[in-house]
Each structure stands twice: as structure tokens, then as C-alpha cells.
Design a protein around this ligand. Structure first.
Ligand code: GLA
Length: 707
């Protein structure tokens, strides 16, 4: 059969797919201006000696039966039968930049429907649906999405992490075999953020070709980059199923999560900008399009020590500082005096709140702020009324002792009684109180997740989505934050139902610089919860100036995580200053294009946001450690209009002292810090701006205004 080719195209990137008699992506790269399907003939492969006598495509289904010899895209069986399917295309439908390919294996009784959508941002969304066409169940062991990438993608970047240290990038050079990232923690996880980026040698923020993927799924997952022995490469991503977890009855369909993929020909910035644009246009929805309000969250201020009178004083003080949304964290519900009890008992603690929640809510609103509250619905403490009444509601396998995590177990959301109970309690909370915002936490991993004796981790994730969907539908004005001990549940699928992520429980500004930078590869600042913490950070016991803490929180959705009543005058003045600065700049920060800059000295970290129309930009220069060099060099500023001239302003800085006033890093400041300068965008991009020499753990904010 003559091959037929389909192209999906965007200003950034194109995908060309052969669809007959099987589906194979033959090109995923830069946008093609002069494409003709006839060109594809140039890729007609030779057949090597010493192996199969046929050409073996890397198809969308990556079927082993075609002689792939690599990691297949589909594994499973029907009591041992029908275990090596090969799919033949039966139908192809292209609608603009959406392509649906239906394929069947009549022998195995299976149908595979692949959906591909190329968004105008350049982001490709792709998923498979597998249907069992026979009466006996087909046991799904694996169902993955496979994307071939260019042979020149020699390096792979992924993220490792842990509680209080999320999104840490690492890299390997991959010449043979596979690099695999597996997550069995039952939530997106701090440890294995579901993303992988492959790129040309030494790809960087501003250089090289990269192919990045993110799996939108808040459960177990597996991602892989594989180099076949013939040198071809592919990225593969899937939800990871526990043994026996997934079986399809007759006519049932299993969908993979959506995979989001972006190609950039000019480094990681191009990739991130596409992902950000895609999220802004297609996923993120803020009720009434509200600007992101300044938060004050009570957790690191008062912990479990709730006294409504005092909380109202905190709220008044917060409002004076410019806070716009006041959130009561953990500790408000019955018997919740420490983290060892009460999860599950979603009733107000009447000892702490004898007059109910309403006086506090009314006070917060009278101060002109929104009101938010913390919940952790998926969890149960053994020491709770709920557990004493329903010990069988725990997500577990019978006959085993479950380990607790933070003294808690997980509730089995596949049990309809559990689901209804949680819905009823959330209806009480959100239906009977004027609540604007919910911080939805999830502080334990899933271990032996079981329902009716069978593995149920995948089902748990789906039920969690269903619960949030229900609440979003009923309370469309309420915003939700996804928190899981900080950044343990950050992904695109949960973002469809939430409005903010708590990026990390670590408010140490130094640590936050790397955590937030890692998160910025896939998420724009307006969904990244970033709080000014206590002077002495609770996670690290380190101290940072208010300037460093304030500027670090500025490049996210800013808030405070402290008790404003205990702050001295200097600290309070600082809070007020950064709240003001944030309010002034959030329209730009939350809509502009984000840039990360390659710096010769790894101790200097630079990021910026440039307005869509290039009229304004903000650049943040953070000095993370003692500089390697005595001079800080020139910052070459990307993203500005080369033909325009920009006035440069130092908007914020630490106490920089020069010699004569007790300084130690500089005898003289760079010229632009002493007299106002106006410089062309081209010059700033090509030649740059001389940076001051900064102390470790400090930052400056530079503004560029088109004249
Ligand atoms: C988790 C969250 C914190 C806080 C506590 C409350 O650790 O990440 O921000 O809400 O729970 O118990």
C-alpha cells in the first residue's frame, strides 16, 4: 500500500505522520515552510544486514510484533492469549490540526484510537484509547505513548526531588539503551516529576534543539528515553499499572493520560514559552479572570494553635500590609491539635471556634480580603472518629498491616460510601460558608493501594479527579490549590481542576530559587505559589534578608507564610514593599514571556519576563553563592525589541554598600546604576549590561521600559 502522510502544523513546529497501513511519526521538528508530502520519500530507510528482512517502523503503538525489539507501547494478554497485537489503520480523520487514527488488530480483538492535536502554541497533545472487542477481559499491563525524536538528541534532562526540594534538574548523555523514570508513589510525586527533555549536545536555555514531554497524570507513571541498537531514538510515557490493576471488559476503553510535547529549535526557553502559552490559552481558568491575589497563609505563623480572636487580629494586620486573600491552614477541625489525629473528621472544632467559623470569615471579608481554608480530604488518621466508625474505609489490602505516613492512612475513594461522605462534608464546608479558596492537601503516598482486594492506585487518582470535578461544577467561583506536602502533586491534569500549586514546603529563598526555576520549565509564574517566609526559615533554619525573600517570591503567585503580628518594624515594612511591588508588576509577570538566561557563572541565576508587546521587561538577577569570578560579567538580555531603545532602572536591590561606606564587593557600581541610561534592545541582547558584584544569597530587580 502506498504510504499516506498527514501534517499537523503550527508557527513553531510541525509533525508529519504516515498513516497507512500503520501510523508512524516520520517528522517532529521545526515548522516547515515548503512542505510537500512527496518529500517524505527521502526518508525511505535501507534494510540492514544481519537482522529482519523488513523495515521496522517505530509506530504510534510501538508494537513489539513488528520487530521493534525495544520497549513496546502496549503489553497485555487475554489469559495468556492475544499478547502480541499488531494494529492496521482502519480510519483516519483530520480536522484542522487534530488528527484521529483508528487501528485494529482483528486477530487479537483490539482497537487502538490515537488522538493528536497540535495547538497554535506549538504544543502537541496526544493520547491513545485501547478497546477490547471480545467477550473475555484483556489484561492491560502497559499502554504507552511513543514519540520518535531526532537521532541528534544525545542528551536527556529530567528532574529529581524530595520533600522540600522539588524540581531539581539532572542530565545524562544517552548513547545506548534506556533512561527510565518510574513513579510508584501514587501521586505525581516530589521525586519523579513526569517529564523528560531530550536535546542536541549541550542544549541550554538559549541554544540547541529540544524535544520535551510532560505526562498529565497525578498517579503512578513511567517515562523513558530509548536508543535502539539501530540508533533511532524515542520518548515514551505512560500511566504505570500495578499488577492486575487494569483489565478491559468487552467494549471497554482505556485511555492513556494526555501527553504534552513541545519542540524548540532555540533551547529550553522556546519549549517553556510554548508550554506556558498553551496552559494560558487552553488550561488555566481563573474565576472572573481575577488578578492573582496576595495570600497570607497561617501555617508557619500559628500551626495548630487556632484562636479566632488572634486569627482576626492577624487578618486585620494582613489587610494593612496589602494582603488580599487570608487562608486558615490545618488545625481548624475537630480534635486537630497536632498531626497525629483527626484527619477525616471534617467538622468544626467547637472548642477552638465556639461561635463557629462565620465570625472569622466575616471579619476577613470586612477587611476586604477573600477567605480560604485548608483541607486534606483523601486522608484518615487511625486516631479519628471516622476511623473508629469505619475502619474498612482505608485504601488497603486485607490481611496486611498498613504503614502510616505522617501518622495517616488514605481513604478508599473507589468506595461509594467514602466518596459520598467526603462530598457531603465538602458540601457542608463550601455550601454553608462563603469560602473563596481551598488549599487541598495530600500528605501521604499510596502503599498497597487496594479496593476489594485488588490494586486500586489508578482508580484512586481517577476518583480524586471526579471529586474535584464535582466540586468545581458545584462551586465554580471557588479556587483550589493543589498541595501535597508542597510540590507532590503538580501536573497538567490536576491543573485542569485547580488554580494554583503549592510549589514547596520550603520557603527558604535560596532553595526556592532552584525549585521555582525547575518548575518554570513547565509552569508559568501565575500558578506557582511563592510565599515570603519567616526571617528564620522553618525548613532550613537559614536566615535571608527581606529583599532576597521578597524578590524570590515576586516571580510567582506571591503570598506570605508567617504571623504578621510578631514581625518587627523593618520586616513589616519589607512585607508591605514587596506586596506593593508585586501588585504593581503582576499584570506583566503573569502574562509576559518568560526567559531564563545562560550565565557563565553558575552561581548567578537570571530570569526575566518580557511583555508580549515588548514594551516592558523585568529581570531578576539572583546571586546564589559566592561568585566564581571577581567581576559578574555582562547580562545579555533576551526577548526585547532589537529596534527599540529601553530605559534601564534598578527597581530593587539589597543593601549594596560601596567603599567608603563599608562595602566589600565593589569599589564602584556599574555605570547604569549611577546614571540613567537608555540602550537599544539589540545592544542589550548582543553586548549586554554590566552586572554589579553581589553578595551571596541576594538579588536585584532590573526594569526595562521602552522609550
Ligand atoms: C502540608 C502542607 C503544608 C501545611 C501542612 C498542614 O505539609 O504542605 O503547607 O498545609 O501540611 O498540616
Amino acid at each position: 500500500m502506498e504510504p499516506i502522510y498527514h501534517r499537523l502544523t503550527s508557527a513553531q513546529s510541525d509533525i508529519v505522520i504516515r498513516t497507512q497501513p500503520f501510523a508512524e511519526i516520520v517528522y517532529w521538528g521545526q515548522h516547515l515552510v515548503h512542505f510537500s508530502p512527496l518529500d517524505c520519500a527521502s526518508l525511505d530507510r535501507p534494510i540492514a544486514n544481519g537482522r529482519l528482512d523488513i523495515d521496522t517502523p517505530i509506530t504510534l503503538g510501538a508494537e513489539l510484533g513488528r520487530g521493534l525489539f525495544g520497549s513496546p507501547g502496549i503489553e497485555g494478554h487475554r489469559n495468556g492469549l492475544d499478547a502480541s497485537p499488531i494494529f492496521t489503520t482502519t480510519q483516519v480523520e483530520q480536522n484542522g490540526q487534530n488528527l484521529t487514527i483508528t487501528a485494529e488488530d482483528k486477530q487479537a480483538g483490539l482497537r487502538l484510537i490515537s488522538e493528536l492535536r497540535l495547538d497554535s502554541s506549538g504544543v502537541l497533545q496526544i493520547r491513545h484509547g485501547l478497546t477490547n472487542l471480545r467477550a473475555t477481559p484483556w489484561q492491560v499491563d502497559r499502554l504507552a505513548i511513543t514519540l520518535p525524536i531526532a537521532e541528534r538528541a544525545l542528551e536527556v534532562m529530567a528532574f529529581h526531588g524530595r520533600w522540600t526540594r522539588e524540581f531539581q534538574p539532572h542530565r545524562i548523555r544517552l548513547e545506548h539503551d534506556s533512561f527510565v523514570l518510574e513513579n510508584r508513589r501514587g501521586r505525581t510525586s516530589h521525586e519523579h516529576f513526569p517529564a523528560m527533555i531530550a536535546g542536541t549536545a549541550a542544549f541550554s536555555e538559549q541554544q540547541g534543539a529540544v524535544w520535551g514531554v510532560h505526562l498529565g497524570w497525578s498517579g503512578n507513571h513511567r517515562l523513558r528515553c530509548e536508543v535502539k541498537t539501530d540508533g533511532r531514538r524515542y520518548l515514551q510515557a505512560e500511566a504505570l499499572y500495578l499488577a492486575g490493576e487494569m483489565a478491559l471488559g468487552e467494549g471497554e476503553t482505556l485511555h492513556t493520560p494526555w501527553l504534552y510535547a513541545s519542540h524548540s529549535g532555540n533551547g529550553l526557553n522556546g519549549m517553556s514559552q510554548q508550554f506556558h502559552q498553551f496552559l494560558r490559552e487552553q488550561v488555566i481558568r481563573f474565576p472572573e479572570n481575577k488578578p492573582r491575589p496576595v495570600h497570607l497563609n497561617t501555617w508557619e505563623g500559628i500551626y495548630f494553635d487556632h484562636n479566632p480572636e488572634y486569627i482576626m487580629q492577624m487578618a486585620s494586620r494582613a489587610a494593612e500590609l496589602g494582603v488580599e486573600r487570608f487562608i486558615i491552614d490545618d488545625g481548624w477541625f475537630k480534635g486537630r491539635n497536632h498531626d497525629r489525629a483527626a484527619l477525616g473528621d471534617w467538622y468544626l472544632d467547637e472548642q477552638k471556634y465556639p461561635n463557629g467559623l462565620m465570625p472569622v470569615i466575616n471579619h476577613v471579608k470586612a477587611c476586604g480580603m477573600e477567605f480560604g481554608i485548608w483541607v486534606e480530604p483523601e486522608m484518615i488518621n487511625p486516631d479519628s472518629d471516622l476511623y473508629r466508625a469505619h475502619p474498612d474505609w482505608v485504601l488497603a489490602l486485607p490481611g496486611y498491616e498498613q504503614a502510616t505516613g505522617r501518622y495517616q492512612w488514605v481513604l478508599d475513594l473507589s468506595n461509594p460510601q467514602v466518596f459520598d461522605y467526603l462530598l457531603e462534608r465538602m458540601n457542608w464546608l463550601l455550601g454553608e460558608h462563603p469560602i473563596d479558596y481551598v488549599k487541598w492537601d495530600m500528605n501521604r503516598e499510596l502503599v498497597q493501594a487496594g479496593h476489594n482486594g485488588k490494586a486500586a492506585a489508578d482508580a484512586q487518582t481517577r476518583q480524586f479527579y471526579r471529586l474535584l470535578d464535582e466540586l468545581n461544577r458545584k462551586y465554580p467561583h471557588v479556587e483550589f490549590e493543589s498541595c501535597a506536602s508542597g510540590g507532590g502533586r503538580i501536573d497538567y491534569e490536576v491543573l485542569k481542576r485547580t488554580h494554583r500549586f503549592w510549589a514547596s514546603d520550603n520557603n527558604d529563598a535560596l532553595e526556592r530559587n532552584t525549585i521555582q526555576r525547575g518548575m518554570s520549565y513547565f509552569f508559568p509564574p501565575e500558578v506557582m505559589g511563592a510565599h515570603i517566609g519567616n526571617l528564620r526559615c522553618h525548613a532550613t533554619y537559614r536566615q535571608h534578608s527581606i529583599e532576597f525573600r521578597g524578590l524570590t517570591a515576586l516571580f510567582g503567585h506571591l503570598g506570605m507564610e508567617l504571623d504578621p503580628m510578631t514581625a518587627d518594624a523593618a520586616e513589616s515594612a519589607g512585607y508591605e514593599r514587596y506586596v506593593q511591588l508585586y501588585k504593581q508588576w503582576r499584570p506583566l509577570l503573569h502574562t509576559g514571556k518568560q526567559w531564563r538566561v545562560d550565565m557563565p557563572d553558575a552561581t548567578t541565576q537570571v530570569q526575566g519576563v518580557v511583555a508580549e508587546d515588548k514594551s516592558q521587561a523585568l529581570y531578576l538577577v539572583s546571586q546564589l553563592a559566592m561568585p566564581d569570578y571577581t567581576l559578574a560579567g555582562n547580562l545579555r538580555v533576551p526577548g526585547l525589541d532589537p529596534a527599540a531603545r529601553y530605559c534601564i532602572t534598578l527597581l530593587d536591590h539589597p543593601q549594596i554598600s560601596v567603599v567608603g561606606k563599608g562595602g566589600h564587593t565593589m569599589r564602584k557600581l556599574p555605570g547604569w546604576m549611577e546614571t540613567t541610561q537608555t540602550v537599544s534592545g539589540e545592544w542589550l541582547a548582543q553586548a549586554g549590561l554590566a552586572l554589579p558584584i553581589l553578595d551571596p544569597e541576594s538579588a536585584i530587580l532590573i526594569g526595562f521600559e521602552r522609550v
